[in-house]
Write a new protein. Structure first.
Length: 95
């Protein structure tokens, strides 16, 4: 079983095309191994993207909408991604 975490940096409430592409590949790999796909949607407006990720194959969408993403996205993103990885128990992380 291969569980996969897809990281998505969200801006303006839109699911990024690159993350949606990664999600499609992750879904195929997870299906082949009876695994699950989790998306970590990161950004102030990330909550608006959950449905789009589910419609494209995510089993679970975790969001982090900290206001500090605007000031220090790299630092906050690493912390949020680590937390999502721990929750998802993924063996593969796609960014």
């Amino acid at each position: 079983m291969t569980d996969i975490l897809v990281a998505a940096s969200v801006h303006d409430g839109v699911a990024p095309a690159a993350a949606l592409d990664l999600l499609g590949g992750a879904r195929k790999l997870a299906d082949a191994s009876h695994g699950k796909v989790t998306v970590a949607a990161l950004g102030v407006s990330a909550a608006a993207t959950g449905q789009a990720f589910v419609e494209r194959g995510a089993d679970l969408v975790l969001t982090s909408t900290e206001a500090s993403f605007d000031a220090a996205p790299g630092e906050v993103g690493v912390i949020a991604l680590e937390a999502a990885w721990k929750i998802s128990n993924a063996s593969i992380v796609l960014c």
